[in-house]
Design a binder for this molecule. Sequence first.
Ligand SMILES: [Zn+2]
Ligand SMILES: [Zn+2]
Length: 347
Amino acid sequence: MRPSDLLIPTPAGLWCPPADVYIDPVRPVARALITHGHSDHARAGHGAVLATRETLAIMALRYGEGFTGQRQEAVPGETIRIGEVDFTFVPAGHVLGSAQIVVESGGLRIVASGDYKRERDPTCAGFEPLPCDIFITEATFGLPVFRHPPAHAEVGKLLESVRLFPERTHIVGAYSLGKAQRVMALIREAGYDRPLYLHGAMEKLTEFYLSEGAQLGEVRKVVAAERKTLGGEIVICPPSAIQDLWARKFPDPVTSFASGWMRIRARARQKGVELPLIVSDHADWDDLQATIRETGAGEIWVTHGEADALVHWCMSVGLRAKPLHLVGYGDEGEADAVAEGADAVPV
Ligand SMILES: [Zn+2]
Ligand SMILES: [Zn+2]
């Protein structure tokens, strides 16, 4: 079987014709395989969804129980045959429930990694490198400028600032699925044991993480009338909220934002971020390269992000590579901001 017979980029997403399924389709399709719950990859309205138990639960939390016609759980490591094609979900280390999807047929093995990272994350299973013929990778941070420092050191900067400014409220913007809970878990690992305060928009997903065993300690919802009393505390909120009037009601707030984009100082300044924290749920430049090498794949397909730069690097080291030019995927910031906006409107 030729690779182009097994997976084809289409406007709806990556299509596998012999099984007639799409991976992370951006338009409604009859049958979708979903790598993880971020809103640009996991959309509502498909006829059937195959995903991990956690991803199915996250989609139901975000979109309601009717998010798909049928749902089927993919158990990590277990192979599911559809038509003549074998599919296996394997942890991707990106957010809770995130998975790479192994697509195998006629002796050809393609791994669609979805979004992934290599740094340890206490809130989800770690990425497992898999040998394959073709590795499909994202390239959100696929430029040499993106080298993420250790996340625990960035969280250490936050806690140091809390010690230095004990009267000020530290308001940390973080994407509501994955980043927020990872930051809270890292704060706990650093030994901080006061309650953490949470913006209401993040409550449901955080409760789900807690029910799945995430060690987040005592988490309290911010009550609007009590904001003035939260001097010295840490508040976690969606990135869009740090510039809101909502954030200005806290005592002398220090605004912080946990994101891989905080490597770019201009971006931090533009968002009015006083304390940028470089904490990313995506592989950085070095980890993209290391992962590509570990898979042993001779050919690399790049889905989204800085595709041209990563493709160029692949070719410079003798690998075949091409950008897939898939549209509809973005950094979670933009995508989640939209989802949170939608959540905030009473429906
Ligand atoms: Zn993602
Ligand atoms: Zn993505």
